[in-house]
Design a protein around this ligand. Structure first.
Ligand SMILES: [Zn+2]
Length: 487
């Protein structure tokens, strides 16, 4: 068996201070193979060491617990899962995972109070190993109940564990820290855990880095993360972190840590609003975060959310109100150049400002030269769009730019593999090159009307201009090839 030397020579996961190769490796080598990431190896060693992998004495309880877990994950049936977990906890009250799962069940179902109670009992009754997951969960549930003083104590207990057993534990602790916007602590805890190449841990680490202004490092963390594709919606959002996009957040300039799928309070809020219930009938410790999620993912408009918190004076409401007002203002359309209409780009863009698409109908007066038409289109349409939405030149230094031209004959869909003409152009010549290409286009026009459309792809960097005239359709794409790190 060959193992990555980074793994062999890392500090031993057991915390002895020796290198892994000279400490626990020999004991665990049979259970480790070279396809495992660092996080998986660390988790395997720590869990074996602590005995959590050992089968529980009560098999029936274990089976019930496994079944409940499946029911929760596959069917989202929290009631049935709770039924099974209640039985399991009676049979084997010393199995901490049963209590932890029961608490999660109640939490998922929107019962923060019950979640905290199950979790508290579990920590008391099952203490065969250090239940850091449970401590962090207590902090999360108590925060939702508005009991932040108690939550702080539990979070400190969780942070004392510098050898967390699994990736789930680190994710749970990061989640609790994220509720308090403790960016630096997230970075420290993730790095110390040696479990930070797990994709979910990497996600928290990257958001923390971005929130500290270290966006290039954030992008790098995500690129190196294991199983990145598994958390696709999060992955899509984070592709934008290193790409000059600005976060859409009620907290000015801050990247949100939570998504609807990972943050039950946002789902409860959304359901309450849909069913016509008052969300403030619930404990509202997480309502600011929940509102942030709905606003960031554009599930609800800022105006609608402002109405919801009208007259509320709970903690954090004043700041939230200001954030939502700012978002509402940003959503309002700024003045467009003459003749230009705006439409939403079809692609859904989570967490970043949705990028509009501009349309312009260009009519020739019968006298103008192709050069004049090209200039009109460039100065009145493409450049203002680029300035407002693409920020093409903001951080690309002297990297070569690429002008690609795709010609699609009318009534034909672009075929797979249809190849654009690509020209590499130095940065300062890019608009001249586009202008030349546009002159060519207008020289070959056979209709006195053109429909022009410009949009931006943040993965791509620059504007994509499409012009349709008679039976000609041409797309001009400007990009910085070296910037496309994900392609
Ligand atoms: Zn060791």
């Amino acid at each position: 068996m060959s193992l990555d030397s980074e793994i062999l020579y890392m500090p031993c996961p057991c915390g002895s201070g020796s290198k892994f190769k000279f400490c626990c490796w020999k004991k665990y080598r049979d259970r480790i193979d070279d396809s495992m990431t660092r996080a998986r190896v660390v988790q395997a060693v720590r869990c074996e060491n602590s005995g959590v992998y050992a089968p529980r004495p009560n098999r029936e309880a274990q089976e019930l617990s496994d079944e409940a877990r499946e029911m929760l994950i596959e069917d989202h049936d929290t009631e049935k899962a709770m039924e099974l977990l209640r039985k399991a906890a009676e049979l084997d009250p010393e199995d901490a995972s049963i209590w932890n799962n029961a608490a999660i069940c109640e939490w998922e179902a929107g019962h923060a109070e019950a979640a905290a109670e199950w979790q508290r009992q579990g920590i008391e009754k099952a203490n065969s190993y250090r239940n850091t997951f449970g401590f962090a969960s207590m902090a999360i549930y108590l925060h939702a109940l508005g009991r932040d003083d108690e939550a702080a104590g539990w979070l400190e207990r969780a942070l004392e564990d510098r050898l967390p057993l699994s990736r789930d534990v680190v994710v749970r602790v990061c989640f609790a820290l994220a509720l308090y916007r403790r960016h630096r602590d997230i970075l420290d805890y993730a790095a110390d855990s040696c479990l930070d190449d797990d994709s979910r841990v990497a996600f928290f680490k990257a958001v923390a880095l971005a929130n500290l202004g270290r966006t290039a490092e954030a992008a790098e963390v995500l690129r190196d993360a294991d199983e990145f594709a598994l958390i696709h919606p999060v992955g899509r959002y984070l592709e934008c972190i290193g790409d000059g996009c600005t976060p859409r957040s009620v907290r000015s300039g801050e990247w949100p840590y939570f998504t609807l799928s990972m943050f039950p309070p946002a789902r409860w809020l959304d359901e309450d609003l849909r069913e016509g219930r008052n969300p403030f009938d619930r404990p509202s410790g997480t309502i600011v975060d929940a509102i942030e999620v709905l606003a960031a993912e554009s599930f609800r408009t800022p105006a609608e959310l402002l109405k919801l918190i009208q007259g509320r004076e709970d903690a954090g409401m004043e700041e939230l109100r200001k954030g939502l007002e700012r978002l509402a203002k940003e959503d309002a359309d700024p003045a467009l150049p003459p003749g230009v209409t705006e439409a939403r780009d079809e692609a859904r863009r989570l967490f970043i400002h949705p990028i509009p698409k501009w349309k312009l109908e260009l009519e020739y007066d019968g006298e103008s030269e192709p050069e004049d038409e090209a200039e009109r289109l460039l100065d009145g349409f493409v450049l203002p769009y680029n300035d407002r939405h693409c920020q093409l030149f903001s951080e690309d230094g002297d990297l070569p730019h690429e002008l690609a031209l795709l010609v699609v004959p009318q009534e034909e869909r672009p075929e797979l593999g249809m190849c654009p003409d690509v020209e590499l152009v130095p940065r300062e010549r890019i608009w001249d090159a586009l202008s030349d290409a546009l002159v060519d286009f207008f020289e070959n026009c056979n209709d006195d009307k053109s429909l022009c459309e410009v949009r931006c792809d943040p993965m791509f960097g620059g504007p994509i201009l499409t012009i349709r005239n008679g039976n000609r359709t041409e797309s001009f794409m400007i990009a910085v090839p070296e910037r496309n790190k994900w392609g």
